[in-house]
Design a protein around this ligand. Structure first.
Ligand SMILES: [Zn+2]
Ligand SMILES: [Zn+2]
Length: 320
């Protein structure tokens, strides 16, 4: 399977201010230390080798949208955050090159940051497209229609030309979709959210965002470890640092990097992806949290197999 991240930010899309870009450029110039480059390619190679990601890159600001390749040749997409607009444009290019215009969406839940990209999803206007929306929520169709009502948006849902199908699934009951075996689990979050386990070709990918884990609820934690069991990749809501979670932000419906590592260790998972980044965090903040998570994983690993910790950014692709 291949997992492509089109939107990785939590709660609200963010754009970089000019001051953030200026700070990156200033840091890069200092790092170059007067070195003279013959071409932009030479400068790029130096930057890639010598600068950290927060300086040479950016985690991005699109909200939750993750594509999975490796099913029956349909497009497979988790959530419809603002990252969906760019996925839609890219899928037009792939459809023009012969890809089937069949889209399977899997919705974690219906909060705005997870559906706000849908009104800007171009393929919804393609009469040849089929769009199947899988969800644990019976009110998924209502949520999508409501955000396109006239008071909020100029194009009503009924103007869309694709063929639509809404499918509601029961947690715990595995089903086949888009050539994958799929299972949902209910997660603790306002109006509930659902985590997904996708399996194909002996590999398992977990998409578990907007999920608060309570340290004092051992039964629930054991259930999540079973859901994550032996997964090759676990995409996890790590919006906050543990300090925020236990002090300021209890019951906000999100989790920390520390809890995610503990669950993955318990589940003997292979790789963890930090996801749904807090919108007020700068690139430096997210990079620091990534480093702290790697150190924490090493410290508490014990008898568990090593867990690789990856930090999601808009544009990241991971082969599983
Ligand atoms: Zn969210
Ligand atoms: Zn939410």
């Amino acid at each position: 399977m291949l997992v492509r991240f089109w939107g990785t930010r939590g709660s609200l899309p963010v754009a970089q201010h000019a001051t953030a870009i200026q700070a990156k450029i200033a840091k890069a110039l200092v790092a170059a230390g007067g070195h003279v480059f013959e071409s932009e390619a030479e400068a790029s190679a130096f930057a890639a080798d010598n600068l950290d990601f927060a300086t040479y890159g950016a985690y991005g600001g699109g909200t939750s949208c993750v594509e999975i390749e490796g099913g029956d040749g349909s497009f497979i997409v988790c959530d419809m955050g603002s990252g969906l607009r760019e996925f839609g444009l890219d899928s037009f290019r792939r459809v023009a090159a012969g890809h089937a215009p069949v889209y399977h969406f899997f919705l974690s839940h219906l909060h705005w940051d997870h559906i706000m990209g849908f009104p800007f999803f171009g393929p919804a206007f393609n009469p040849a497209a089929t769009i199947i929306i899988h969800s644990g929520h019976p009110d998924a169709e209502q949520a999508l229609r409501r955000q396109q009502e006239e008071i909020s948006f100029p194009v009503p849902f009924d103007w869309l030309r694709a063929k639509f199908e809404f499918v509601v699934h029961k947690p715990g009951e595995a089903f086949e979709a888009a050539g994958l075996k799929v299972t949902l689990t209910t997660q603790y979050h306002s109006h509930d959210s659902y985590g997904y386990r996708f399996e194909a070709g002996g590999k398992a990918v977990i998409y578990s965002t907007d999920s608060e884990h309570k340290a004092d609820n051992m039964d629930a934690e054991a259930a999540f470890e079973a859901f994550f069991a032996e997964a090759d990749l676990v995409i996890c809501d790590t919006m906050y640092s543990l300090g925020d979670t236990v002090s300021l932000k209890q019951d906000w419906g999100h989790s920390s990097n520390v809890v995610a590592v503990d669950l993955c260790h318990g589940a003997r998972a292979k790789r963890l992806v930090l996801f749904h980044h807090e919108p007020t965090y700068t690139d430096e903040d997210i990079q620091r949290m990534h480093g702290e998570t790697i150190r924490y994983e090493e410290l508490v690993r014990g008898e568990s197999p090593p867990l690789e910790v990856i930090c999601a950014y808009d544009g990241l692709a991971v082969t599983v």
